[in-house]
Write a protein that binds this ligand. Sequence first.
Ligand code: ATP
Ligand code: MG
Length: 435
Amino acid sequence: MEKENLFKNRTLIKDVFSKKIKTVELSGWVHNTRDLSKVKFLLLRDRTGIIQITGVKSKTPKEIFQDLEKIPRESVIYIKGEVVDSKQAIGGKEILPSELIIINKAETLPIDVTDFSKTELPKRLDNRFLDTRRKPIQAIFKIQSTISMSFREYFVNKGFIEIQTPSIISSSSEGGTELFEAKYFEKKVYLAQSPQLYKQMLAGAIEKVMTICPVWRAEKHNTIRHLNESRQMDIEMAFADSKIVMKELEEVVKYIIKKIIEKNPKELEILKVNPKIPKTKYLTFKEVATLMKQHKINIDKDDLTGEAERKLEELFPNSIVFVYDWPLEGKPFYIMPKDQDKNAKLSEGFDAIYKGMEISSGGQRIHIPELLETRIKAKKLKIKDFKSYIDSFRFGSPPHAGWSIGLERLTMLILNLPNIREAVLFPRDRDRLTP
Ligand code: ATP
Ligand code: MG
């Protein structure tokens, strides 16, 4: 028999439990086996559930009965059999097999993939293809899928257009972070650190744009909150200022968490987390500085420290804390000085802190070419590197604002994961390039 034909009448395990079917053909992985000599059990798993296959010495065809205990865990098999009610089996039903085909036999497993696995993160990541067979791991990525879907849904419903921006960029750098270099025919190019300049140019034409895209940062740190390849959820809006986009950020994070609660109750239960719709708190950078001084916590003159971010969570639990009127020096060149005043010390930039960590940076951008050039020079970057970007503001350009949320960062914080690597399928950090 050809292998494809095996799956023609495939029934999903959840349907065995919910529908009245007498004979079924199932395909999936061997979750576990148990041998009680006269009775043998095999737990079969597919993406929808787990069901017990029961072999009885006196009834089951001999070869099948012998095979049942011998198939290694995680092997892929096909089973045809009869569905019968069973008080002992999970879900109240079991399968009495009449046909068994081992489609692909698993070798000795390099990690423990049971529900009780204590395998440590690095080893799990070395074997991510197996690690992702586990329920809690699948739960994380089902929820991450809800996060990105709800992000899209929220903004598409508000008239935003999803855009795709280039990952290969020429010499121009936004500054603020190291870039990865690559060879591009005869030229040297870089991997994009963000879609920033492109989304701004497009907001100047399409008004409301959003994107979920990978970005690369050649930062050498080894922390629980940084990756060298991560995904950003970005928006950019024309005819908007920082207040308007902070409100959008507040609303979309609430929407995302509401959707997770609605769509993923099972996954939340598996992960034992109970996310709440956050409150919000708006504070100026100066107010935060004063608060931190009162609590004897250090901050830099133009940035918050990790300690300060954690203190904000302690002071305003379960809140998205917006810190605005950020010192201009601490923000990238494209952030608008406060009140469009080129001598301003403050900016129209902000950070959003959630559960003691930055989830987003954003603000109003500069749409005035001369001011942009002043700021690029002040940051010691080269005007020639930004020519087409600056030029894009010379032909009628609306005031605009936007922000960026790290997808993995947000996943990690909503689910209380101890390390951002838990929130990315195949992490890229300084030491890890495989699998
Ligand atoms: P941080 O201060 O945490 O290093 P950042 O200010 O350098 O972050 P931004 O350039 O503001 O980061 O990027 C926007 C968002 O992308 C951040 O708020 C964060 O959620 C996420 N992010 C930034 N850098 C990383 C990284 N190295 N790995 C994973 N997510 C990141
Ligand atoms: Mg930031």
